[in-house]
Design a protein around this ligand. Structure first.
Ligand code: URA
Ligand code: SF4
Length: 221
């Protein structure tokens, strides 16, 4: 009898996937990086090469949050080193933002992809994967205590600011948040890469740089 009851319960109560139990006491960024390297809290680790944790000084006044590592990031183990990262670096430079003052991370730390021919195509993380990975992001924020958080793209904005947030409509607004004194969002650099024409791409890039300048001015005030 007891066996039947246990069995039913096991089906109903699906174990919640979360990295929360892995967060070490008194975390530092290097400690978090080391533990996250072994994270298997959700299934995304299985098809990825490695965990891509956030990088930057623990004293950075600004934290940029993207969606998840891409193909190049997955292979190298570093965030924003692929085409989107190159564009981000370019925009930061144009906006006069010192790259060494910036901490860069992602909402999800493993590359989610599906095969298309020989290529690995990025696939958006779902709510359960974002929730599972969230403790890592919260721990990074708790350690770095950035003065400003800048979400790049809708996955980050919707997960950090509000599920209804539209980066294409609301550009660089500062919103109330318990996460940091200044929290804002702009487009993801990869959306600029997807612009249909060279002209559109240049315009999108200029708007992105303008957003970064606005944000940096507010942070530096
Ligand atoms: N896109 C992201 O959101 N993050 C990365 O690290 C690279 C590309
Ligand atoms: Fe852990 Fe996040 Fe990777 Fe899932 S995506 S295994 S929660 S580090």
């Amino acid at each position: 009898m007891g066996g039947i009851v246990d069995c039913t319960l096991a089906v109903v109560v699906k174990e919640l996937e979360t990295a929360a139990p892995l967060i070490p006491p008194r975390p530092t960024i290097p400690k978090l990086q080391a533990v996250a390297a072994e994270c298997k809290a959700c299934h995304l680790w299985k098809n990825a090469t490695q965990t891509v944790f956030g990088e930057g000084k623990s004293t950075s006044p600004v934290m940029f949050i993207g969606e998840q590592p891409g193909d190049k990031e997955d292979l190298s183990g570093h965030p924003f080193v692929g085409p989107a990262g190159v564009l981000l670096d370019e925009a930061l430079l144009e906006a006069g933002i010192d790259r060494t003052k910036v901490y860069v991370t992602n909402v999800v730390k493993h590359f989610k992809w599906e095969p298309r021919g020989k290529r690995r195509i990025h696939k958006k993380p779902n709510g359960a994967e974002i929730a599972a990975c969230r403790p890592w992001l919260e721990a990074e924020i708790a350690v770095v205590k950035p003065r400003a958080i800048v979400c790049l793209g809708s996955t980050a904005a919707q997960s950090v600011i509000s599920p209804k947030f539209r980066v294409s409509v609301q550009r660089a607004p500062f919103v109330e948040s318990s996460l940091a004194p200044l929290v804002t969002a702009t487009v993801h650099p990869s959306s600029i890469l997807r612009a249909p024409t060279g002209q559109a791409r240049r315009e999108e890039m200029q708007r992105f740089i303008a957003d970064l300048k606005t944000i940096w001015k507010a942070i530096s005030a």
